[in-house]
Write a protein that binds this ligand. Structure first.
Ligand code: NAD
Ligand code: UD1
Length: 343
C-alpha cells in the first residue's frame, strides 16, 4: 500500500477544503489541491500558503476532466483522496437538477475510476446530515434511517454514498468513509481563510456577520413558532477547524483497517443543538455589537431541529470537537471584518 503522505484534495480552495489543507500539512501530509474555482477564489491558495509559510501544489481544473485527472494521478503517487468538490446550494439544485447530478455524481465517479486505475486505496467523502431529513428521533445516530432527499442536492449526497458502498462491495481495494457534516461554521483563527459566499448568503452565520458588518440591512429569523424552547429552529453548528481535523483522523482510521475493502460513515457535529436566537445572542456578546434582526415567516423546506449523536465518532474514530460556539462566531467575525475591508 502507498504510504506517500500525498493526498489529493478536490475542492481544496473551497470553504471546508481550504481549512482541511491546513490541518493536513500540520499533521505531516502533503496535500495536492484540484479545484475549478467554480465556487471559490484562486486567492484562497495565497491565504493557505500564507498560513503555512510554504507552497502547496495546486491544479486548476475539473474533476470530470479525465485527461487532467489522469495526468495528476500519473504525476503523484497518492495514498488517498479527500473529495470535497461538489455543487452545494440547495435552492439552486432545485432549479438546475441536471447540473447538480452531473457535477456531484460524475466528479465522484471519475475519481473512483482514477483511484481504481492507480491503486489509490483511501477515500474520504463529504456527505451531509441532509441525508437524514427531519429525523423522528434526536439526537441523530448513524443508525437513523436516511429519508428521501428533500432536494436534488441532498439526493446527490445519498446517491454518492450508495455508489461508494457498491464500489467497496466489489472488493477492488477501496477503503472509504463518508462524513456526514452537520452545520460547519467559523474560520481559521488567523482570519486568512474563511467562508466566501458568493452573492447574498442563504446560510445563517454569513448572513449574521454580513448584517453586523453593514453589508445587509437586516437579518430575518425564519420563524419563531416552531416546537422548540424559544420557537426558532435548532441546528448543530461545528467549527470548521474541528471538522477539518476529522478528515485527517479519517485517513489514519482507514490505515488501521485490515480489510482489503472497507466502508464506514460518521456524523460530524458537536452533539449540541443551538437555536437561531441563541446564535444571535451569542454573536452579539462575542462581537460586542447589537444585531439588527426581525422575525419573519418560516423558510420553506426548513426542518425544525436536528443535532448529532457524536458517540460513534468519539468511540470509533477517536475524534471529538474541541472548539466552542463562541470561538466559531469570534473567528467568523474576525474573518468578516477582514473581507469587508478588502472588498
Ligand atoms: P465550497 O463550495 O466552498 O467548496 C467546494 C469547492 O469545490 C469549491 O472551491 C469549488 O470551486 C470546487 N468544485 C466544485 N465542483 C468542482 C469540480 N467539478 N471540479 C473541481 N472543483 C470543483 O463548499 P464547502 O462548504 O467547502 O463544501 C465542501 C463539501 O462539503 C461539498 O461536497 C459539500 O456538499 C459538503 N457539505 C458542505 C456543507 C456546508 O455547510 N458547507 C454541509 C454538508 C456537506
Ligand atoms: C442548509 C441546507 C443544508 C446544508 C446546510 C449547510 C436547506 C434546506 N438546507 O441547512 O442542506 O447542508 O445549509 O450548507 O437549505 N436562518 C434564518 N435566517 C437566515 C438564514 C437562516 O433564520 O437568514 C435559519 C434557518 O431557518 C435555519 C438556521 O438558520 O433554521 C440554519 O440555516 P442554514 O445556515 O441555512 O442551514 P440549514 O438550514 O441547516
Amino acid at each position: 500500500m502507498s504510504n506517500s503522505k500525498l493526498v489529493l484534495v478536490t475542492g481544496g480552495a473551497g470553504y471546508i477544503g481550504s481549512h482541511t489543507v491546513i490541518s493536513l500539512v500540520n499533521a505531516g501530509y502533503k496535500p495536492v489541491i484540484l479545484d475549478n474555482y467554480s465556487n471559490s477564489d484562486p486567492q484562497v491558495i495565497a491565504g493557505i500558503q500564507d498560513i503555512l509559510q510554504q507552497p502547496v501544489t495546486h491544479y486548476q481544473g475539473d474533476c470530470r476532466d479525465w485527461d487532467l485527472v489522469n495526468s495528476i494521478f500519473s504525476k503523484h503517487e497518492f495514498e488517498g483522496v479527500i473529495h470535497f468538490a461538489a455543487s452545494k446550494a440547495v435552492g439552486e439544485s432545485v432549479e438546475q437538477p441536471l447540473a447538480y447530478y452531473g457535477n456531484n455524481l460524475d466528479s465522484l465517479m471519475m475519481l473512483l475510476k482514477a483511484m481504481n486505475q492507480f491503486n489509490v486505496p483511501k477515500l474520504v467523502f463529504s456527505s451531509s446530515c441532509t441525508v437524514y431529513g427531519q429525523p423522528d428521533q434526536l439526537p441523530v445516530t448513524e443508525n437513523t434511517d436516511r429519508k428521501p432527499a428533500a432536494s436534488p442536492y441532498g439526493n446527490t449526497k445519498k446517491i454518492c454514498e450508495d455508489i461508494i458502498i457498491d464500489v467497496v462491495k466489489s472488493n477492488t481495494g477501496l477503503k472509504a468513509v463518508a462524513l456526514r457534516y452537520f452545520n460547519p461554521i467559523g474560520a481559521h483563527p488567523s482570519a486568512k481563510i474563511g467562508e466566501l459566499p458568493l452573492g447574498t448568503p442563504s446560510n445563517l452565520i454569513p448572513f449574521v456577520t454580513q448584517t453586523a458588518a453593514g453589508i445587509r440591512k437586516v437579518l430575518t429569523v425564519f420563524g419563531d413558532d416552531y416546537n422548540t424552547p424559544d420557537g426558532t429552529c435548532i441546528r448543530d453548528y461545528i467549527h470548521v477547524m474541528d471538522l477539518s481535523d476529522a478528515h485527517v483522523r479519517s485517513l489514519s482510521y482507514l490505515d488501521e483497517q485490515q480489510a482489503n475493502s472497507y466502508y464506514d460513515f460518521f456524523n460530524l457535529g458537536t452533539g449540541k443543538g443551538t437555536s437561531v436566537m441563541e446564535v444571535i445572542k451569542t454573536f452579539e456578546e462575542v462581537a460586542g455589537v447589537s444585531l439588527n434582526y426581525q422575525v419573519g415567516p418560516r423558510r420553506s423546506g426548513d426542518i425544525e431541529q436536528i443535532f448529532a449523536s457524536v458517540d460513534k465518532a468519539k468511540e470509533v474514530l477517536h475524534w471529538e470537537t474541541t472548539k466552542t460556539m463562541e470561538q466559531a462566531l469570534g473567528d467568523t467575525w474576525k474573518w468578516q471584518q477582514i473581507i469587508s475591508k478588502t472588498s
